[in-house]
Design a protein around this ligand. Structure first.
Ligand code: 9MR
Length: 457
């Protein structure tokens, strides 16, 4: 990363000479080159530094002044949630979210999308649904919103806060959970199909250290990775206060998730308190992220204390007048102390990366279905495997039992929805190397099929 050298030049010749004479030019150089805003300092380590933004504050000049000066990423605080984007079923409203997106794009900021599927802030109509109707409404929501912002979102919180706090490592009971345990993977698959370029994150709180809840999330991520369910990142909200302090194993916990092959991000950081204690805590959190190469960025949950969802705890980096707090200084210093470098981003791949074909291939193929059936609906995951020759395209047919219908599919182009249904490859998964395989899926009502036939095209 090229660092601006201007601050060094800005030093008087005499002062520079004095430091050289004192033999500490190296220290001076790093200090003099240190970036002076949160975003620029994070960028010098290959990371972003973001904040939650509220659309209705974009007319507040103090707020926007700090936002544009200090941050290079934003998360809409409420504007992309289900109640905001789909107030009535199948009527989508992006007006508030788009104001934030336009602002961020004009400022070259990354955008974290928050949150596609969550038990809270559901519109009333969704709260009143259950079973297959809710599952389908959720998938339609994920698909439509992710498709609307396709290509514009750095990372999506696809599913938010789906685990219990009780110490039992269980899923949180919710209307979404009651549609079947696979609702989370179904949401991730729908998001990947709608916006293959966005990183897809699971986001939660009280998962910041190793505990029963984070262990359960860890097991889910491990399972998703092993089965090819598309997940790219885990968000650690990091809402801290005296009752919920920064855990002593915070960095180790980030690292163990990163070791599963996902990025980790600090997504909603705020730390109640004041003065040096608060400053030290912010410094610790930032240094933990910098020490983990797959920790790709930090987002604080608001700009000024008065912007916080828990303003009385003064948990942010700027006071209510917009002045920098001690916590700001320690955050900036921690960012400027440097750290590991995140891997450069490969293009986000579909759940099973497409194999590079060595020849165009027209070989035979087989399709195997793994079915997740619940009362009234199903999700089918289909593995398409090439034989001894490569495939340049494929199509899979299956006959649904009577009464069943396909309602949604991913990583394939479907035709028909009942009786015999056909699924053809999409652009990125038609080429399958000899002996290789790829995966697509579909969801439906009724009883799902257990077998399918594959033909090469
Ligand atoms: O900061 C958000 C606040 O304005 C909303 O009223 C609240 C509603 O649930 O959500 C707050 O943001 C939450 C985030 O979406 C998910 N993690 C916890 C955050 C703080 O409650």
């Amino acid at each position: 990363m090229h660092k601006p050298r201007t601050p060094l030049r800005a030093l008087g010749v005499a002062a520079a000479a004095a430091v050289v004479a004192a033999g500490s030019v190296v220290a001076l150089t790093s200090t003099a080159e240190a970036a002076t805003t949160l975003g620029a300092s994070a960028a010098a380590t290959g990371r972003y530094f973001g904040t939650a933004v509220a659309a209705n504050k974009l007319s507040d000049s103090t707020y926007v002044g700090i936002l544009d000066r200090e941050f290079n990423a934003v998360t809409p605080e409420n504007e992309m949630k289900w109640d905001a984007t789909e107030p009535n079923q199948n009527q989508f409203n992006y007006s508030s979210a788009d104001r934030i997106v336009s602002h961020a794009q004009a400022q070259n900021m990354r955008i974290r999308g928050h949150a596609l599927a969550w038990h809270q802030q559901q519109p009333g109509w969704a709260q009143n649904l259950s079973g297959t109707a809710l599952r389908n409404a959720m998938l339609n929501h994920v698909t439509t919103v992710a498709a609307h912002y396709k290509g514009q979102i750095y990372a999506w919180d696809v599913v938010n806060e789906a685990f219990d706090d009780g110490g039992n490592g269980a899923r949180r009971d919710s209307n979404l959970q009651r549609t079947g345990n696979d609702w989370i993977e179904a949401a991730f698959r729908a998001a990947r199909a709608a916006d293959p370029g966005a990183k897809l994150c699971y986001n939660d709180y009280n998962t910041d250290g190793q505990n029963a809840k984070s262990n359960a999330v860890y097991a889910m991520v491990q399972d998703f990775k092993s089965r090819g369910v598309p997940i790219d990142c885990v968000g650690f909200q990091s809402h801290f206060n005296a009752q919920s302090p920064v855990p002593s194993d915070y960095q180790a916990n980030l690292q163990r998730f990163a070791n599963l092959g996902v990025d980790v991000q600090i997504t909603e950081l705020d730390i109640e308190g004041s003065g040096q204690t608060q400053a030290d805590n912010f410094g610790r959190v930032v240094k933990a992220c910098l020490a983990v190469s797959r920790c790709t960025g930090i987002t604080v949950w608001g700009i000024r204390d008065s912007d916080s969802w828990r303003a009385s705890g003064t948990p942010l980096l700027f006071d209510s007048s917009g002045n920098k707090k001690a916590a700001y200084t320690s955050t900036l210093n921690a960012l400027n102390s440097g750290g590991t470098t995140p891997p450069s981003d490969p293009p986000t791949s579909p759940s099973t990366p497409p194999s590079t074909p060595t020849d165009p291939g027209t070989g035979a193929c087989t399709a195997t279905i793994s079915l997740n059936q619940w009362n009234g609906g199903f999700v089918a995951t289909v593995r398409v495997s090439a034989g001894s020759s490569a495939l340049s395209g494929w199509s899979v047919s299956t006959t649904l039992p009577s009464g069943a219908a396909v309602t949604n599919s991913w990583s394939s182009q479907s035709s028909g929805s009942s009786g015999t249904v056909r699924f053809a490859n999409v652009s990125y998964n038609g080429s399958v190397a000899a002996g290789g395989s790829t995966e697509f899926g579909f969801q439906g009502t009724g009883t799902g099929p257990s077998s399918a036939t594959c033909s090469a095209s």
